[in-house]
Design a protein. Structure first.
Length: 302
């Protein structure tokens, strides 16, 4: 399960790539993740709520069956209340603000909540839906993904679009910013293929690790969610993506991605990296070489 979604009253929700972990909220951490979420108030919230309830009631979710005494429950409640009060006193959180979080939001013509089926064969996967949306592109596709290991399905779709004159920009992690050697080495193995196809590649400088998963098609369709452009998201994980068919939403998302691109190295079409690109140590080069030997056996898991 790789979904990340919080649903409130079946009327509004937050979805994206962010996990509930300090490293996703605290930029002072040594390892900090640069992420993106989308807030939605509208009919698609009911779709998200139904998906959650179906997952909760499915055979894939089990009761933890823990035996907790009333005294232990009371102790936990007291501790939580103390922590909440401490957070409020510090000004870190504020409850009951009276803020209408939907008041300043733009209205979208159509917003869809895409999710993988709970059981295989019960419907199309997120990857298949995304491939269809990519196929509608007439001018441009912009992709931001921390891990870029496109399967043959996506290579075929992107190749077809490039042949039709569609520009494709991808921003992902560099060797400096990545949090995983295995997926980064797999990306390096396909980087040359993407460049020869005509994809424009940008690698994030940091500080922090790029973790947002977003797509813009033709400057009109904006997508934010949990899907990485890799085999794991396509075939193994369960994923979600929010799709908005709206010029304003796409423009806002484009501005956010553009800020990350400005903080990224553009990889030359011949595969050469800029002079400012950090040099890898001899030890890291050896790790990259040895990891490549493993890729044929584990690439489907990345």
């Amino acid at each position: 399960m790789h979904d990340k979604v919080i649903v409130v009253d079946s009327q509004r929700y937050i979805a994206g790539g962010r996990n509930l972990d300090d490293a996703y909220f605290n930029p002072k951490r040594k390892r900090y993740f640069v992420d993106r979420d989308v807030y939605v108030d509208g009919p698609s919230a009911l779709e998200a709520a139904v998906h959650f309830e179906n997952l909760w009631a499915s055979r894939h979710v089990a009761d933890t069956r823990t035996d907790v005494s009333p005294r232990s429950k009371q102790k936990a409640a007291t501790l939580l209340n103390e922590q909440r009060a401490s957070l409020e006193r510090a000004g870190f959180v504020q409850f009951h603000t009276g803020t209408d979080w939907s008041a300043r939001q733009s209205s979208q013509a159509e917003t869809r909540f895409l999710h993988d089926p709970i059981d295989d064969g019960d419907g199309p996967r997120v990857a298949e839906n995304l491939a269809v949306i990519f196929g509608t592109a007439r001018h441009s596709i912009v992709i931001e993904s921390p891990y870029v290991i496109p399967t043959q399905m996506f290579l075929d779709v992107l190749g077809k679009k490039l042949d039709e004159g569609v520009t494709v920009h991808i921003v992902t992690n560099s060797m400096k910013s990545t949090d995983g050697l295995l997926p980064q080495v797999a990306y390096l193995g396909v980087r040359g293929v993407l460049l020869r196809m005509g994809v424009e590649l940008h690698e994030f400088k940091g500080p922090g690790t790029l973790h947002s998963k977003s797509v813009i098609v033709d400057g009109k369709i904006a997508m934010v969610g949990s899907f990485n452009l890799d085999p794991r998201s396509q075939n193994l994980n369960t994923e979600i993506m929010v799709v908005a068919n709206d010029d304003a939403a796409a423009e806002n998302l484009q501005a956010a991605i553009a800020a990350d691109i400005r903080n990224a190295w553009k990889i030359a079409s011949d595969g050469h990296t800029p002079r400012s690109y950090p040099r890898t140590s001899r030890r890291l080069r050896f790790l990259i070489w040895s990891t490549r030997l493993l890729l044929p056996f584990i690439e489907g898991q990345l």
